[in-house]
Design a protein around this ligand. Structure first.
Ligand SMILES: [Zn+2]
Ligand SMILES: [Zn+2]
Length: 107
């Protein structure tokens, strides 16, 4: 996907928080707030600006499967949008571990 400037900035902020929180000597309490705020900002941006990017319900995911059984027609509700954005951000969570530098490429 080709990110707009906002996505890039928000993803990098969230990625830096993720990487920092995963360092071996990281204090989880120190990272709680930055992780939550940067993630909420990224999620909000993706859901409101790029709803077309949200992936379909993922096979093998219990939460997606539950929705599949209970199919709703019409706009997806907020809980589902938030869950789908979680799938969308999975690759970001994978690359943001200390010692990998894919995030640097994104910047
Ligand atoms: Zn964007
Ligand atoms: Zn799912």
């Amino acid at each position: 996907m080709s990110a707009c400037a906002d996505c890039r900035e928000l993803a990098v902020e969230y990625g830096l928080a993720l990487t920092g929180s995963r360092r071996p000597n990281a204090n989880p309490r120190r990272w709680d707030l930055p992780l939550t705020t940067t993630r909420v900002r990224l999620d909000d941006h993706l859901i409101t600006t790029h709803p077309a990017w949200l992936p379909d319900r993922q096979p093998g995911c219990d939460i997606c499967e539950a929705w599949r059984a209970d199919y709703v027609i019409g706009p997806m509700d907020e809980a589902e949008a938030l869950h789908r954005v979680e799938h969308l951000c999975e690759p970001l969570r994978e690359i943001c571990t200390p010692g990998r530098n894919e995030l640097a490429d994104l910047m």
